[in-house]
Design a protein around this ligand. Structure first.
Ligand code: NAD
Ligand code: IPM
Ligand code: MN
Length: 354
């Protein structure tokens, strides 16, 4: 029996993971997946209960599982706890401790949502790209100093470093991803300024040589941010470092109408973790109105990548598409003339279409 560890976390985390589990249960019924669920704490709620955002027991359970479904962590309530105990340390710690080096963030705009994009419909239509974000290195995990005196003034610093093997493995995975798609890879860096980016660029070029079927080009991150707004359909696979990937994926997400739609898979060498790209949305938490589709689509990715249940994954993705095509909209996407559905209602509509 495949065991899934569910970590709701904070804010809307419980609402969206409840929705995704309901959808997984429906897929289980249809495809006899025999899934088992185990719930664990992380984030601010874990800090309140145990004094740590990432209890050891949660990490151990994830390691022993066949896949992790993660909601979101964080919230204003914990803004003033010491940096090492912030809720965000839970997801950062899980990524590090589970070795989740590659974060796949697919951005595919459903036809029904083209008109919700802040971009003109002709620019948004047909967008189908994947951001492959390096997830356990770079400035996120370098040495840092919260505060020190330097020449009589207070300063803070964060160090960015990337090693050749770190860049090689993420670029290889991006090439493998591109090979199965349209064969176009864009490596994004800031090699005109940063040493880490220059190492990234030359290592990426070397690693990509093993994939003659993949055409790789380089783009500076500032230009990439602009290109995502003026012509996102030009991209197939984007590979980039931790910080640039974080920023570019939020930007790319709105092309699809709402950040609530975007799923992700964080791939490790053994267990992998699946989570929507958005956060705990404290401004709407507890109201039952969060868009659960990014989490539901993350659950589909879990079935695909961790359990190799392609048919069940597709059934979930198609059910989401159908719900949208039939005009159901969560409040973040609702407009006059469409059927407004809160978290529980859209989940029910999706479950019925599996
Ligand atoms: P956020 O993604 O939580 O919210 C940004 C905006 O998008 C808000 O207006 C929110 O209401 C809206 N939104 C997000 N998800 C939505 C959904 N599913 N349905 C409808 N609307 C949605 O980003 P933020 O406000 O910058 O961060 C809030 C907290 O979440 C912070 O503590 C941050 O550190 C944390 N965070 C956690 C993760 C994670 O757990 N992986 C990711 C990003 C941010
Ligand atoms: C994300 C989030 C996280 C990140 C935070 C919560 C640490 O923004 O998953 O995109 O910066 O990676
Ligand atoms: Mn982010």
């Amino acid at each position: 029996m495949p065991k899934i560890v569910v970590i709701p976390g904070d804010g809307i985390g419980k609402e969206i993971t409840d929705a995704a589990v309901r959808v997984l249960q429906a897929a289980d019924k249809k495809f006899a997946l025999n899934l088992e669920y185990e719930y664990h704490d992380a984030g601010g709620t874990a800090y309140d209960k145990f004094g740590t955002p990432l209890p050891e027991e949660t990490v151990a359970a994830c390691k022993a599982s066949d896949g992790v479904l993660f909601g979101a962590v964080g919230g204003d309530k914990w803004d003033n706890v010491e940096p090492a105990l912030r809720p965000e340390k839970a997801i950062l710690g899980l990524r590090k401790q589970l070795g989740l080096y590659a974060n796949l963030r697919p951005v595919k705009i459903a036809d029904a949502l083209v008109e919700y994009s802040p971009l003109k419909p002709e620019l948004a239509r047909g967008v189908d790209l994947v951001i492959v974000r390096e997830l356990v290195g770079g400035i996120y995990f370098g040495e840092r100093c919260e505060s020190e005196q330097h020449n009589g003034v207070e300063r803070a610093w964060d160090l960015e470093n990337y090693s050749v093997p770190e860049v090689e493995r993420i670029v290889r995975l991006a090439c493998e991803t591109a090979k199965l798609r349209r064969g176009k890879l864009t490596s994004v860096d800031k090699a005109n300024v940063l040493a880490t980016s220059r190492l990234w660029r030359r290592t990426a070029a070397e690693a990509a040589k093993a994939y003659p079927e993949v055409e790789m080009k380089n783009l500076y991150v500032d230009n990439c941010a602009m290109q995502l707004a003026i012509n996102p359909a030009q991209f197939d696979v984007i590979v980039t470092g931790n910080l640039f990937g974080d920023i570019l994926s939020d930007e790319a997400a709105v092309v699809g109408g709402s950040i609530g739609m975007l799923p992700s898979a964080s791939i490790g060498t053994s267990t992998s973790l699946y989570e929507p790209i958005h956060g705990s949305a404290p401004d709407i938490a507890g109201q039952g109105i969060a868009n659960p589709m990014g989490t539901i689509l993350s659950a589909a990715m879990l079935l695909r990548y961790s359990l190799h249940e392609e048919e069940a994954a597709l059934a979930i993705e198609q059910a989401v598409d159908k719900a949208l095509a039939e005009g159901y909209r969560t409040p973040d996407l609702w407009k006059e003339g469409f059927k407004k559905a809160n978290t529980a209602e859209i989940t029910h509509v999706i479950v019925e279409r599996i």
